[in-house]
Design a protein around this ligand. Sequence first.
Ligand SMILES: [Zn+2]
Length: 1034
Amino acid sequence: MAFNKLLSFQLEYAPQYHLTKYVSARTGLQLVHIDHKSSPLVQGYFAVGTECPNDSGVPHTLEHLIFMGSKEHPYKGLLDTVGNLCMSSTNAWTATDQTVYTLTSAGWKGFSKLLPSYLNHILFPTLTDEACTTEVYHVDPEDFSDKGVVFSEMEAIESQSWFVTMLEKQRLMFPEGSGYRSETGGLTNNLRTLTNDEIKKFHKEMYSSDNLCLIICGNVPQSELLDIMENWDSTLPEKDNSTKKRPFLDTPESQIPSSRNEIIESTVEFPELDESQSEILFSWIGEPYLSYTTDLAVSMLLDYFTESALAPFTKQLVEISDPLANSTDYWTDDYMRTIINLGIHGVPTEKMEQTKAKVMEILATHEIDMARIKQVVDNGKWEYILRCEKNGDSVLSQAVITDFLYGDLHGSSLEASVKSLSDFNELSKWTSEQWSSLIKKIFIDNKPIIVLGKPSSELYESIDKEKEKLLRERKEQYGEHGLSKLRETLDQAQTHNNTPIPESLLEAFILENPEKTVDFISTVSITVCDDTKHKNEADPLTRSILNSKPENFPLFLHLGHFPSQFIELHCLLNSTCIKDTTLLPYYHVFTELFSMPMKGENNEIVIPYEEVVSKLKSETVDSQISLGLNATCPELIDLRIRCKSDDYSKAVNWIKHCLFDMIFDEKRVSVLVENYLNSIVELKREGDVMLESLTCRNIYSTRSMKKSVDPLYVESILEDVLNDIEDGKFQEKVLPRLETMRIQLREHFNKFHILIFGDVSKIQSEVYKPWESLIANLDAAPQSYKVKTPPVPRLLSSVSPLCKKPSERAYIITAPASESSYMNVITPVPFNLNYNDPEYAAVLLASEYLQCVEGPFWKGIRGSGLAYGANMVKMTEINSWGFNIYRGTDIVKCYQAGKQIVEGYATGVAQFQPNLMQGAVNSIINRLATIENGYFAASISKYVDDFLLARGPNFNKMILERLADVSIKELQHVMQKYFVNLFDSDKSVVFICCHPSKVEAVQEFLEEQGFTVDIEELEDEEQDEDEDDEGNSD
Ligand SMILES: [Zn+2]
């Protein structure tokens, strides 16, 4: 037996998880199995400790090159193609101290088939020069611009504020030579000169069996897992344990001192035309990895300082008139010592010094509120348990990876770090002296690094000019001869990389009846309603719930039952009840209802908002108001509350509080609206968010929440609200509108969808009772009232004329802060909400075929470095389908490539490949399994299928059967009938978000294609003077 079992235990607080750790005596390979049955997915995390002392980007580039072929299977994209056949998807990330490869499969069968080949890619990659050329960096022979997948990825983020401030922090915090100092993603300047030899050398140093930890989570037969792993392990060379050096821990330069005795401060700039908002980052050195309790205490303190309306930073920096910041957050880097980061966002640039001083002052003078810190610890504990229930694979594997890097080699630290929640229990007993001395030790005596991140329009312009200069110089430098050489190298690399994978090899990975190898999890659904057909009277719990319904109970309830320690409650309100659509933007105030003052018992006293928030925190785990149930049906406003099962009654009360008792308080409304408005500056820096905004504002009518709550749409409306409040017109103008909105939302109780998910058996005796106080406030139901399924407002009824009949229109929004471009192209595909339409499966499959990993878009758009993502977007709810480009480098070429590919399949020039078709079907199965990852998700998804989309509880099963029958002819037909229209200006509409420097070329291109182009510029008033410059520049 090659693997020794180091330890094996069950988690005390989440007994569905059993964790076992093994190590191979011969090779040092570590294997952790996190066993559970609460998901159809099997997930693998394969972690390598990676330490790199410079900004070359070797760890990240290597991560990409691993996917370009192994010695055993030297084909680019094999993992992806085979991944599809095995209903699996692969991914990876590179952090400062680790590179982690992931494998997610629908079921163990597919996972186990792919596993050995994947692991061979990691330890025995080909690392060819050709792969390096296309994947890492090359000069584009067309226009001399910088290209390469990694290069584009880094270029897109390198000038963003968070990146710039984080990098500066690392450089100030850690000395030269420390692995913690480097930007492991690679700075673009370094990527230009990085050689394949450096990458190979790094692989040799870091990627070995004794620096690799495999974590495999899910419903996996242990003996099969061990058989496969032992087989693989036996193919690896033996490792000498005695000379083993661990990254970081055994590197003298990477040691972290226990504290800092001097504040270091630095100002860095990031390119941005809008100079109004800055960022501040504070970082402290924290405790060593093994000091779990203190580490947790520090996290709890930061929770205390940053989270919720009661947090000192929120109360003293954010939710004040003339705010000093827009939001605050914290995160830790879990290195050999924890690095504690505190981010202060949306700081008015002229108030940076003031804000910085205020943060330090708060930390130095704040007296801990013992009741609140106890609350924070208790909430922290339950939030953690809930996260484990919902997403245990990722929570636990991250803990395992940190332990692999910094824990002891025998496993005792792993057990101590995850087995129990004794740390939380210990902290709940801490005295105020203990908390105060911790604040003093970590945040006051120990000095921070402070990085001030300032937006600079000058830098913004100089970057543009430098880029132009670089291109000009390159043009001269290369000349005609250099150009053809570039072209030759690139062509050669592409030909080499695109060596087709032999069919015979692929066949070895084909699963028989793939849909049958997935164990979808099942939950019980109980609907309390007089007109529903789906009642399983044979189920004793269902019978008991239905029989205990009080007479004339007027509400529609739907319960989803499965094992859990929590209850998740949703009350979905129908936004179409709000008659006047100009009220809809007030949704942004409505979402803050949980942090307003509240009427107490008898309506006499007013409970201040601080007490409300505190009470809410003590009675629930979390609460939120958002649109749609898991984003489906966004015309529904979702009041969601999660609580411990024991607190079900209290949670229900909060629904009533929201609908009746919360007070729209003038001061709170004004502060919260101002805060929301300030947050829009940051949204404008995100190209994908701006594309979404541009699209929604044009394809929906004001009836739709998609348009009426859009940040750019509401900006001036909410500014007017603020002005009204300033003019003393809150009572007269603002409040009546807010109240009207709430009254209309609660008026029709027959339109509420009330959903209760969790272990229903635990609340079975009290399901109905807590609703009485809400019911008492509603209009009385008529005698012998029949509860019916509430109506569902569908998006289709609130689309714009443009969406119904797009023709010859294109819209561009310019985002100065976004280097990359983003695009949606939309055309009608009318199923009229009938998911059983005979063509639906074919359209779904054709769309998946185009976008799937190693499919035509992947190869033709992503593979050639034109964009990070190219996808089809299902917009069935609005009779449309879309083509989306995410983070494009050349949006015109993306459009052209998409057009050429789709037309190729429509005309028959390109042939559909049966293996890729199967892969596309399997990736749909994989996606369905991913959606139903965990009991809560599976149970919610059932409600979505059955009630919101009205396509039946067994929709998944039915669609999988149909997909298996779709023929090549049908796929071609879909391309001809629908998808070619995407690229026909008569039948489509185009939305693009791009950098202002690209707008002219893009506009010209779209006009050539027959579009009338409408341009929206994002800069605000401050930029007026610059417009002249732009006009002259060309
Ligand atoms: Zn990457």
